[in-house]
Design a protein around this ligand. Structure first.
Ligand code: SF4
Ligand code: SF4
Length: 57
């Protein structure tokens, strides 16, 4: 397990990962999801939720 990474080129800005993250570790910056590594608990929920498969571990 590790803090996932967002592929900015693949992110559509749908914000589903923001809603899915139980730690509220994801914010939007310029319509791209950004994961705050200090807040992330490495639960992988965002990886599973992203419809664009833009988040990988
Ligand atoms: S792995 Fe879990 S805690 Fe970390 S950003 Fe994704 S949903 Fe949030
Ligand atoms: S769920 Fe995926 S496509 Fe949607 S904002 Fe998050 S990283 Fe981007």
């Amino acid at each position: 397990m590790a803090v996932p990474k967002v592929n900015a080129d693949a992110c559509t800005g749908c914000e589903e990962c923001v809603e899915a993250c139980p730690a509220e570790a994801i914010t939007m910056q310029n319509n791209i999801a950004v994961i705050n590594a200090d807040e992330c608990t490495e639960c992988s929920a965002c990886v599973d939720e992203c419809p664009a498969e833009a988040i990988t571990e």
